[in-house]
Design a protein around this ligand. Structure first.
Ligand SMILES: [Zn+2]
Ligand SMILES: [Zn+2]
Length: 180
């Protein structure tokens, strides 16, 4: 869904996100997040308001995404709840080095290439930002045994623990994630 800046009335415009159907979520190649996808539709709204040089976007939405646990590599549903307010300026107003002043200091500032708001783009970006670096299926996920690869959440594997080199564990982790 795309909103032209000129179509935003002075009092602002509300976009119900229920109208946003499919939202393909693609991550950087090779990352764990590559496989992330929506598990439940986005619910909530965006409020758009014109500013002299851009648009203030206020958003409040929830959804869940399928993502892989950074420790055990199992896919799980991560709930996302976002409440944000950002000022999006047209790229031509990107501040010069000598211009530090931006209209709202406390507000995050983003940039748009055209005078349109791509609703899906904004959502995608916000969902990315809210995903932790190391998503965990549960706080105390025990991960995989670096020696035999068994999911330790399902019980101990019996491998000796003391000889483990943590650097080796990371390598093994990587290998597994590439395979999957
Ligand atoms: Zn896990
Ligand atoms: Zn083991």
């Amino acid at each position: 869904m795309r909103v032209q800046w000129e179509d935003i009335p002075p009092e602002g415009l509300e976009v119900a996100l229920e109208e946003v159907g499919d939202l393909p979520l693609k991550g950087p190649k090779g990352s764990l997040e590559e496989k992330m996808r929506l598990a439940s539709p986005v619910r909530g709204k965006l409020s758009l308001k014109r500013e002299k040089r851009g648009v203030v976007i206020r958003g409040d939405f929830r959804c869940t995404v399928f993502i892989r646990c950074a420790r055990c590599l199992k896919e799980f549903e991560l709930p996302i709840s976002e409440d944000f307010e950002s000022l999006y300026l047209h790229i031509r107003y990107a501040p010069q080095e000598d211009e530090v002043e931006l209209s709202a200091k406390d507000m995050e500032v983003g940039f748009l290439r055209e005078e349109t708001v791509e609703v899906e783009e904004i959502l995608r970006e916000r969902i990315w930002l809210s995903i932790p670096m190391k998503p965990l299926c549960k706080e105390d996920c025990r991960g995989l045994c670096p020696t035999c690869g068994k999911d330790l959440n399902e019980g101990d594997c019996g491998c000796p623990k003391e000889a483990l080199d943590p650097r080796f564990a990371i390598l093994k982790d990587l290998k597994l994630s590439l395979k999957g």
